[in-house]
Design a protein around this ligand. Structure first.
Ligand code: GLA
Length: 364
């Protein structure tokens, strides 16, 4: 029980322990589009970070968490608290364990004090940039706060508005963890953001109204491509086509066209692999393997890339066979047993009343 663990950690704990939860996420489509102010379509997971908190009996703040700094800077003073953090989101898996930690601990620091959730998402995003050093987009923190049960969330990363997208019946979503995280990830992420900025700069020579790659459609891109260095052109092409794929995927989901959804995921992966160049051998292998398994509609890498997870769209009932095949093939090729997660769209972050939101099977 998280309460027991809390009391063991803080024998002089306060009277009442409150628990806050924030979920990890898996992104269905719309990768590396958020910091280009485009569209993403993540779902929040049951895998979550939980923070138990009580008032501190002696005025000392007992938790090591840098996220609080952004709250304080933004004028939300943090009262003395003691906290215990327990997460089921595997670290380094690309399922957004850091956003889950940022959001759940921010809620625990606030401890019931009202805050605009959009403001909170932005502060947590800023914490990731200023403390972790990742100039990430808003997707992870946003979905962790705003997700709805049973639906994916289409986020417009410019207007910061979102639309729930109910997924068709008869499908299952599984994430497969490569269990690797290549060191290149963080520097490549920064490099990609710079490459996208360069592309915007050059395209503005043709159309001064362009503020980000979000404003570029295929027609404009094709006009601009010959003016761009080849690598920059490929980066831009990924973002432009990926934004289109999000729209197409949402439409396909709304009309229940699961084959088209799967196909678009496959196209997204190819674009990330060859145009954006953020995949790696392990991710490519898992995507290729999935394509050959009965009942798989589509697969792609999810998250920043260079390791982490693939997301797989399956026909309902195909999961068990899929798990066996993937574990065998990946083990044979890389000598690693991949972790596989069932991804059911769960709701966004909040207080855990009577701990009822804690998923079954979790030792809380
Ligand atoms: C990481 C970042 C997100 C997003 C993805 C790529 O997960 O945290 O903001 O940019 O990469 O889509």
């Amino acid at each position: 029980m998280i309460a027991a663990a809390f009391r063991a950690q803080y024998p002089n704990g306060g009277e009442t322990i409150r628990v806050f939860r924030a979920p990890g996420r898996v992104n269905l489509i719309g990768e590396h589009t958020d910091y280009n102010l485009g569209f993403v379509l993540p779902i929040a997971l049951d895998l979550s970070c939980f923070v138990a908190v009580s008032d501190s009996p002696d005025g000392a703040l007992r938790v090591y968490s840098e996220e609080k700094q952004e709250l304080i800077r933004a004028g939300y003073p943090v009262a003395p608290k003691q906290m215990l953090i327990r997460s089921t989101v595997p670290e380094g898996s690309g399922l957004s364990s850091s956003a889950a930690l940022e959001v759940s601990s921010a809620l625990a620091f606030l401890d019931g004090r009202a805050i605009d959730p959009l403001r909170l998402a932005q502060l947590c995003q800023r914490a990731e940039g200023s403390f972790v050093g990742m100039p990430c987009g808003i997707m992870d923190q946003y979905v962790s706060l705003f997700a709805q049960e049973h639906a994916a969330l289409k986020i417009d990363c410019r207007s910061l508005e979102s639309d729930p997208v109910t997924l068709p019946d008869g499908i299952a979503i599984l994430a497969v963890n490569t269990m690797v995280k290549h060191a290149l990830g963080q520097s490549a992420y920064k490099q990609r953001t710079a490459e996208c900025a360069q592309a915007v700069e050059a395209i503005r020579g043709l159309d001064a109204s362009v503020r980000s790659l979000r404003d570029v459609d295929m027609t404009l891109f094709e006009k601009a491509a010959p003016l761009l260095p080849p690598v920059t052109a490929r980066r831009a092409r990924h973002v432009v086509t990926e934004n289109e794929r999000v729209e197409l995927f949402v439409k396909a989901a709304r009309r229940g066209d699961v084959e088209r959804m799967g196909q678009l995921m496959g196209e997204s992966h190819v674009s990330l692999q060859h145009d954006y160049e953020v995949s790696c051998a392990e991710l490519d292998f898992l995507v290729d393997t999935a394509a050959g398994i009965e009942g798989v509609l589509g697969a792609r890498m999810t998250g920043g890339g260079f390791g982490g997870c693939t997301v797989n769209l399956l026909r309902e009932g195909a999961g068990e066979h899929f798990r066996r095949e993937v574990v065998e093939a990946y083990g044979e090729r890389f000598g690693i047993t991949p972790e596989i997660f069932d991804c059911r769209p769960s709701r966004g972050a909040g207080a855990v009343n009577n701990f009822e939101r804690i998923p079954a099977g979790l030792p809380l």
